[in-house]
Design a protein around this ligand. Structure first.
Ligand SMILES: Cc1ncc(COP(=O)(O)O)c(C=O)c1O
Length: 380
C-alpha cells in the first residue's frame, strides 16, 4: 500500500456526513452548516444545456475539453478579471477543481530531488497536503496568523525553504476563514515565486461569491501576471454545480502544456455533455449574481445573529463561510458536539489543520429561514 494512504486521516467532510446521518436517524431537525455544498437549485438554463448535449453515441472525451468550454472560460476570465488568455493554450478543463488540485504535484514535483516541497497555509483546504503526500513530496504547512488577515506571506519565509519549494498554494477568498487579498498581494507572492522558480498555484473557487455588490470583487492571481501561475476555477459554488464536477485551470501556457500531458496519461477528460453545461454557466453572469446575493443575505443574518449572542465573527467580504470564535474561548470539538445536541452541524477549526484552535466554521448552506431557526437554538 502507498504509505500516504496508510497515513491518511479520515477526510473531515466524511466525518461531518457521519454526524449528520446519526442526527437524522435520531429524528432531530438538522441544520447543516458543515459541508460547503449549496442547496440552491442549478439554474434551468444549465440543465437544458446539459440535456441538449447528451449524445446518441457517447465516445471518449478529450483531455483538452471542448472548444466551447475553453472559449467560454477564457471569455469569463476576460470579462471578470480583465485577463486575456488563449483558450487553446492557457485553459484546461478539469473534472471539478479538487482533482486538478490533488493531481498537480504528480505533474510538477520530482520527489527524487531536493526541490520537492509544497507550501500551503493552515488552516486550509486539506487537499493541498493530500496531493503532496501521494506525489511523494514534502508538505510544509505555514500557520496563517489571524492578526495578518490569514495571509500566506512568502517574504517571511527562509530562503533555504523557498529554494526547496516546487509549489506554493494560496486560496483567497479563503476556506475556512473568508479572508481576502488584493492584487498587490498576488504581485508580491508572484515575484518571490519567480525568483525561486516556484509554481504559484492559486485556488480561486470562491471568486464570484462576494457579499457587497458595490464593493470591489475578489481579484485573480492572474491579474498580477500569467507567468509561472496556475489559477483553479470551479463551476461548483458559482453556478450550483457541485455534482457536475467541472472546473478549469488557467494561466501560464508552458505549465498548461505540461499539465495537459500528465492529464492525458491519466485520462481525466470530462464528459462533453458536462462541458456543454459548464460552457453555458461560464457564459452567463446573471445567475452568479443572483446566487451570491443569497449567500450574502445568509452571511448578514448569521453574522449579526451570532454577534448578538456574543459570538465573535471574523469580518469577511466574500466566500461561502463564517469563521467564528468558540464562545468563552472553549474547545472547538467540545463546542461542535454541543451544537450537534440541538441539531446544528458545524466544522470545528481543527478540521482545517493546525492554527485554528478555538474557532469553528459555518458553511452558508441552510436556507435563510433555517438560518433563523438555528439561531433561535444556537448554544452560547
Ligand atoms: C478551497 C477549495 N478549493 C477547491 C474546492 C473544490 O471544489 P470543486 O472540486 O467542487 O471544484 C473546494 C471545495 O469545497 C474548496 O473549498
Amino acid at each position: 500500500m502507498n504509505p500516504a494512504l496508510r497515513a491518511l486521516k479520515p477526510y473531515p467532510m466524511a466525518e461531518l456526513q457521519a454526524r449528520k446521518s446519526a442526527l437524522i436517524k435520531s429524528g432531530k431537525t438538522v441544520f447543516d452548516f458543515g459541508t460547503g455544498d449549496p442547496i440552491e437549485p442549478t439554474p434551468t438554463f444549465i440543465l437544458d444545456a446539459l440535456r441538449a448535449a447528451v449524445p446518441a453515441i457517447s465516445q471518449y472525451p478529450s483531455v483538452g475539453g471542448t472548444q466551447e468550454l475553453r472559449t467560454a472560460a477564457a471569455n469569463y476570465m476576460q470579462r471578470r478579471f480583465g485577463v486575456t488568455l488563449n483558450p487553446d493554450t492557457q485553459i484546461l478543463p478539469a473534472a471539478g477543481s479538487k482533482e486538478a488540485i490533488f493531481h498537480l504535484p504528480l505533474a510538477f514535483l520530482d520527489p527524487g530531488t531536493n526541490k520537492n516541497t509544497v507550501i500551503y497555509g493552515t488552516p486550509g483546504y486539506p487537499v493541498y497536503q493530500a496531493g503532496t503526500l501521494f506525489a511523494g513530496g514534502i508538505d510544509h504547512p505555514i500557520t496563517l496568523p489571524q492578526q495578518q488577515g490569514y495571509r500566506l506571506d512568502l517574504s517571511r519565509l527562509e530562503p533555504a525553504l523557498l529554494d526547496r519549494t516546487a509549489i506554493v498554494w494560496i486560496n483567497y477568498p479563503h476556506n475556512p476563514t473568508g479572508a481576502c487579498v488584493d492584487v498587490g498581494y498576488y504581485r508580491e507572492q508572484a515575484a518571490i515565486c519567480a525568483a525561486y522558480n516556484i509554481l504559484l498555484a492559486s485556488d480561486e473557487c470562491y471568486q464570484d461569491l462576494w457579499f457587497d455588490e458595490q464593493a470591489e470583487p475578489p481579484p485573480s492571481a492572474l491579474q498580477a501576471t500569467t507567468s509561472g501561475i496556475l489559477a483553479f476555477h470551479s463551476c461548483s459554488k458559482r453556478s450550483g454545480m457541485t455534482g457536475y464536477r467541472s472546473g478549469f485551470i488557467a494561466g501560464d501556457a508552458a505549465l498548461i502544456k505540461a499539465y495537459r500531458g500528465w492529464r492525458a496519461a491519466m485520462g481525466v477528460g470530462s464528459p462533453a455533455f458536462i462541458e456543454q453545461a459548464a460552457a453555458a454557466a461560464w457564459s452567463d453572469d446573471a445567475h452568479a449574481k443572483k446566487r451570491r446575493k443569497i449567500f450574502a443575505e445568509k452571511y448578514r443574518v448569521l453574522a449579526s445573529g451570532l454577534q448578538q449572542k456574543g459570538i465573535t465573527v471574523l469580518p469577511s467580504s466574500a466566500g461561502l463561510y463564517i469563521w467564528a470564535q468558540v464562545p468563552g474561548q472553549g474547545d472547538a470539538d467540545v463546542y461542535a458536539a454541543r451544537c450537534l445536541e440541538v441539531g446544528i452541524v458545524v466544522s470545528p477549526g481543527g478540521f482545517f489543520g493546525p492554527g485554528a484552535d478555538g474557532w469553528f466554521r459555518l458553511a452558508l448552506v441552510p436556507s435563510l429561514i433555517d438560518c433563523q431557526r438555528a439561531l433561535a437554538v444556537w448554544p452560547k
